[in-house]
Design a protein around this ligand. Structure first.
Ligand SMILES: *Cc1c(COP(=O)(O)O)cnc(C)c1O
Length: 380
């Protein structure tokens, strides 16, 4: 995307070496034989669908997962081979497209499976798909208690090839959560019963990054895949996961000071005059605002890095501008000097998790927002 409105000083970097490092680190936490589906939905959480997908494949990810068929089509048209899962399944009108592109929808209703079966019969080869099961998140999926019965109904559909069961944990990554333990127990029980009933379901999966970093006890036999998203991007699925793996941030975001100006005691800063200088200070003006994916919720809450020091945001974040306090820095920065909003600078660091916390959200939303608003520079 051209993103013609983005200021040329605003630079969003994607470090693919860090991505590869994180894949290796997370793989090291998996039970033996467990494979990885790299989750690249939402433009790879803002990091860029194609470069991320290609690097994950090159680094050995056994599958990719996206939300919808259009993302799968973009991958196929760019020449990406191998399994691509559709986490939102398909609705019947998209079944033929999914089948033609050899995508693997994870479905939860009979209409979708019937449409895939028909597409498979028309193509003359069975269409890969999976069954989504709700083990307790109340989002998508056949209720776990009805899944065996549901599988029986799929037996007649020889136009499909069911490769696995999938379920999703609502509280993964939180070691204090009993719900993840319950969900994992239900999933393991169901998987064992289904395999007993003759379904191999070799590509079944339960855990995302949280379930890998804080594995719920699962018996008998671990699921065959983990669906890894946020950890690959170097962020935490839950604050409780801090320190559990040596993850490196993949995205960083910097700008340059557009103006440096004195703010005498009593100055009122930005819309709504929500911040007042108690003493004489200096303000830096950044050409970054909420239209650049820097949330307005960071007003009076976030810090940025200037010369490696934290400088607090003063007043409200505007559409294209944000003011930061430079008054306490050892030396006054000059116009044009680099400011780090996300990433490392001279020994200082601001993570997407930290930005998410300041904004009252999570790293996922921060990287999606920054990635959607800015031109990415991808470092191989
Ligand atoms: C997004 C998603 C994932 C990845 O979760 P992370 O916490 O980012 O690792 C896994 N499974 C499903 C169904 C998802 O929607």
């Amino acid at each position: 995307m051209a993103r013609a409105t983005s200021n040329p000083d605003n630079r969003l970097f994607i470090d693919l070496k860090a991505l590869e490092h994180n894949l290796a680190v997370l793989r090291g936490l998996l039970p033996a034989g467990c494979r990885v589906a790299g989750v690249v939905k939402a433009d790879a959480y803002g990091h860029g669908l194609l470069p991320v997908a290609r690097r994950l494949k090159a680094a050995g990810a056994e599958a990719l997962a996206v939300a919808v068929a259009a993302e799968g089509a973009a991958l196929r048209h760019a020449g990406v081979a191998g399994p691509i899962w559709l986490l939102l399944g398909v609705r019947p009108p998209q079944a033929r497209q999914a089948a033609l592109l050899d995508l693997t929808p994870i479905c939860a209703d009979l209409e979708a499976f019937r449409a895939l079966h028909a597409a498979g019969q028309a193509l003359g080869r069975p269409v890969s798909c999976q069954l989504k099961v709700d083990t307790g998140m109340s989002r998508l999926g056949v209720p776990h208690g009805q899944a065996l019965e549901f599988l029986e109904q799929l037996k007649a559909l020889d136009g499909i090839r069911l490769t696995g069961l999938a379920s999703h944990l609502a509280t993964a990554g939180d070691p204090a959560s009993g719900q993840a333990v319950e969900q994992a127990g239900r999933f393991a029980g169901l998987l064992a019963a289904a395999r007993q009933a003759g379904w191999p379901l070799a590509d079944s999966s339960l855990s995302g990054s949280g379930g890998v970093m804080v594995p719920p006890p699962a018996s008998p036999g671990p699921p065959a895949f983990a669906r890894l998203g946020i950890g690959l991007y170097g962020c935490l699925p839950d604050p409780a996961c801090a320190g559990l793996a040596d993850l490196r941030p993949v995205m960083s975001f910097s700008t340059r000071l557009l103006a440096v100006r004195p703010a005498p005691a009593g100055s009122l800063v930005s819309y709504g005059a929500t911040w007042r200088a108690e003493q004489d200070t200096w303000l830096g003006v950044l050409p970054v605002g909420y239209s650049d994916g820097y949330p307005r919720a960071l007003s009076n809450r976030a810090n940025v890095l200037v010369s490696g020091h934290l400088a607090p945001v003063r007043g409200r974040v505007c559409m294209n501008l944000t003011m930061v306090d430079l008054g306490h820095l050892p030396a006054l920065p000059v116009m044009g000097q680099e400011v780090m909003l996300l990433g490392r600078q001279a020994g200082g660091q601001i993570s997407a998790d930290q930005l998410g916390d300041w904004a009252g959200t999570i790293s996922y939303e921060i990287t999606c927002g920054l990635g959607a608003a800015n031109r990415r520079r991808t470092l191989a």
